[in-house]
Design a protein around this ligand. Structure first.
Ligand code: ATP
Length: 240
């Protein structure tokens, strides 16, 4: 059996005396879309930031069998991990194209290929960005901005993409469009760890899911099973 692409073991994160993430065990296998769902304040963002080396944590982070001794953003990026933060953090006064070029800056692979070629590949994934390549990022719609944020992270050719609430602030139809693209990323050799408060949308595109409650994994399993799980339906999916 090959080692998981990402393996978190007993990961705990505290803000001072308050433990926000408690002993989380989570795997993402090659080619998988894994989602972490849970209510506001459950610790999803904290977990993602710790997994990216942005926050100190106890426990271990292993990438493709290699235990990361001192997790840091640099260590994670160097091993092909990219994060799209909740705030998207685009450069509004720069064009779509220039925002993408900035993302290509930290490519982890040696023998870097041409950025223009990578941009074409990203445009292949997000044709809408190609149409708007010269437009300022600040003038894009919410969905387009999210696509640009994901596209920018993809410029670095990550093998694992971590996404923090890509559906935030988007209309339902656009959420579906963005998440469809996210689920198609496995065809491009990218595995995904998707943090979402929109449980239904996330479970529809993910292979497996973890439910985080008060910092701990309350439940995990195949996304399709969780979509039909009474506890999940009652707590997170409402009547629909
Ligand atoms: P949301 O979906 O609302 O972003 P979340 O599941 O991502 O929620 P976190 O943002 O990770 O949850 O927050 C987890 C807990 O840690 C919350 O109780 C929050 O108040 C607390 N917390 C988050 N950031 C900090 C911080 N910088 N300092 C202190 N406490 C924090």
């Amino acid at each position: 059996m090959t080692a998981p692409l990402l393996q978190l073991q007993d990961l705990s994160v505290s803000y001072g005396p308050v433990e926000a993430v408690h002993q989380v065990r989570l795997d993402v296998n090659e080619g998988e879309i894994v989602t972490v769902i849970g209510p506001n304040g459950a610790g999803k963002t904290t977990l993602l930031c710790a997994a990216m080396g942005l926050l100190p944590a106890t426990g271990s982070i292993t990438l493709a069998g290699e235990r990361i001794a001192r997790p840091s953003v640099e260590a994670m990026v160097a091993r092909g991990v990219a994060l799209v933060p909740e705030k998207r953090e685009l450069f509004g006064e720069m064009s779509v194209e220039d925002n993408l070029l900035l993302g290509g800056f930290s490519r982890w692979r040696k023998g870097q290929r041409d950025q223009a070629q990578r941009m074409e590949e990203v445009f292949g994934i997000f044709p809408r960005l190609r149409e708007r390549r010269a437009q300022l990022a600040s003038t894009l719609s919410g969905g387009e901005r999210q696509m640009l944020a994901i596209g920018r992270a993809l410029m670095a050719r990550p093998r694992l993409l971590m996404l923090d609430e890509p559906s935030l602030g988007l209309a339902p139809l656009i959420v579906r469009e963005v998440l469809q693209v996210v689920s198609s990323l496995r065809q491009h050799g990218v595995s995904v760890l998707l943090v979402e408060q929109n449980a239904r949308a996330a479970l529809r595109v993910a292979d497996r899911a973890y439910v985080l409650e008060m910092g701990a994994v309350a439940l995990n399993g195949a996304a399709a099973d969780l979509l039909n799980d009474r506890r999940i339906i009652d707590t997170y999916l409402g009547m629909g």
